[in-house]
Design a protein around this ligand. Sequence first.
Ligand code: CMC
Length: 388
Amino acid sequence: PGTWFFDAGLTTTAMTESAITYLDGDGGVLRYRGYPIEQLAEESTYLEVAYLLLKGELPNKVQYDAWVNDITHHTFIHENVRKRFLEGFHYDAHPMGMLVSAVAALSTFYSDAKDIHNPEVREKQIVRLIAKMPTLAAAAHRFSVGMPFVYPDNELPFPANFLSMMWKVAEPHYKANPVLVRAIDVLFILHADHEQNCSTTAMRTAGSAHADPYSSAAAACAALYGPRHGGANEAVVRMLTEIGSIDNVDAFVESVKAGKTRLQGFGHRVYKNYDPRARIIKKVAYDVFEVTGKNPLLDIALKLEETALSDDYFISRKLYPNVDFYSGLIYQAMGFPIDMFPVLFAIPRISGWLSHWSELLDQDAKIVRPRQLYTGAPERNYVTIEQR
Ligand code: CMC
């Protein structure tokens, strides 16, 4: 008491104890509940990973089937959320802006959600949020491109259902390619949690005030909207498009080194090594391009990576590709418009946010309320407007 530590950006402060995700930034290691991300990406499904994050253990077959069934039967959104709320946005609204607002609006549809200390009520909101995120995301996209809404098809697995809600009608006989379904599922696994990142900290901060889970998740979504966080893969594709050709890569890298711009998709607060998710994503990219054809920006990305990783500026600062360096290229090849990229990040990250929210309630955590170092004016007397 009486002693504060100044830690701008909380770079060296652990705000909580957590048993969910282990991250070793120097070693490039990421584990959910002890399981290496590489094994989960290879063997698991997103819904199984969501269960693992939330409950701490992998489900057995009975538990898994019940969980998937529960999620599947909560995918519909209230008609007013779509018709009155989402369709009330301006025609060119950014889908992530729509998602932030729609997630917040859900709190007004589920007033039972305020009873956050009741385990059954809590579980119900968790299921609702995980299940409805793809529906909200697809609805936001379809509104923004003027296409009619597609209802969830509960006969389909979670990732295939999402792709169907995105693309059906535009292609009436649409049936998602299994390679793309698996790619989306793997991308969802990789994005499901990342310990105390900015949006999770926002979730924990709002949650620590005992805000309901929808309002807390809206705070997290808002943080994810930022270009330094969930907006980075969008920024990568814009950057690669602007570079335009591998002939321009060297000049671009020089402008980064001169401090004129940042190499988007590079660098990370915690990873001072290759982001393990970036390795997996690079492989997924090749699987997807087999189906969709190669994204023409890939060659620029590869050349950029090679140039940066052999340049002392990046080596000395330990700047490596992060999860966003290749994910945007995959999403773009699959047909997602650039402004959907942060939305695609939010869909699976909801399970991480909710795991942390639930953990903090179980911990009976204190309200987040940091101190500050005041740098403003000393005490002075009020002067009336006529005398100023
Ligand atoms: N390009 C060029 N230089 C960089 C970059 C970059 N992408 N990232 C960091 N640096 C330099 C920075 O200029 C600084 O150099 P100096 O010491 O000479 O001033 C040094 O590296 C340390 O940078 P920092 O800004 O203090 O590092 P940070 O930990 O605060 O920032 C970051 C982390 C992710 C915000 C930053 O690396 C960045 O802006 N990267 C580009 C955006 C991006 O890819 N974000 C996605 C992050 S992963 C997914 C997610 O979290 O959502």
